[in-house]
Design a protein around this ligand. Sequence first.
Ligand SMILES: Nc1ncnc2c1ncn2[C@@H]1O[C@H](COP(=O)(O)OP(=O)(O)OP(=O)(O)O)[C@@H](O)[C@H]1O
Length: 230
Amino acid sequence: MLEVDGVCAGYGRAQVLFDVSVRAESGAVTCVMGRNGVGKTTLLNTVAGLLPATAGRVVLDGADITRARPHRRVRDGIGYAPQGHGTFAPMTVAENISVAREAAGRAGPEAVEEALELFPRLRPLLDRRAGFLSGGQAQQLAIARALVTAPKLLVLDEPTEGIQPSIVAEIEEVIRTVAERGVAVLLVEQYMDVALRLADEVAVIDAGRVVHSGPRTSLEDGEAQKLIAI
Ligand SMILES: Nc1ncnc2c1ncn2[C@@H]1O[C@H](COP(=O)(O)OP(=O)(O)OP(=O)(O)O)[C@@H](O)[C@H]1O
């Protein structure tokens, strides 16, 4: 579904990603791991089109989208829940969700109901402004906003960071359900226990390069774990 092929990217003269190749298949969770500052968010921003790739290709469903703008990528089927949620604080939960659905132009109004079935805790909060949500609620809203775009590829940046364990379990359940429905999930995750529960495939980044990739079971290897340990 997604092929990131030999991508380089960075900020001004500071190159962050070096020849990065990662794939995410439909119906599977691909987990990108690595220590702080190694380039995980930079990779996701390059996939979402928020940061240009200076070399290499991003291919979605066989189409080269390397130069496509972010809104085009949403319409092509990339749903992104960025780190720090990226929700509109002054807007209500309901407005956040409907704006995301309408902007994507991929799904009908029934997508909102489907997202609320996955995140029932959001239902009583529909009239609350997003800026007044707890961290866990805001994260659920961020994922719901990505889901109402009816993505083929769901991109999540550390969705369990700083969130209480009961909500983490609910978010994990949604990620699993979405993958089982055939969506490709590309997930940045720092916590080994979460990755071991969710990932089908893993890619470990260190200093802007992919230094390990393979099935989840390859994470049991001590060498792979050393690359992630803080
Ligand atoms: N907007 C920016 N301008 C300049 N440098 C940046 C910018 N965003 C990130 N960087 C730098 O790029 C490098 C990679 O950052 P990135 O956020 O991709 O790492 P990360 O692996 O996602 O880390 P974290 O787990 O802390 O989010 C870091 O050295 C960071 O300081």
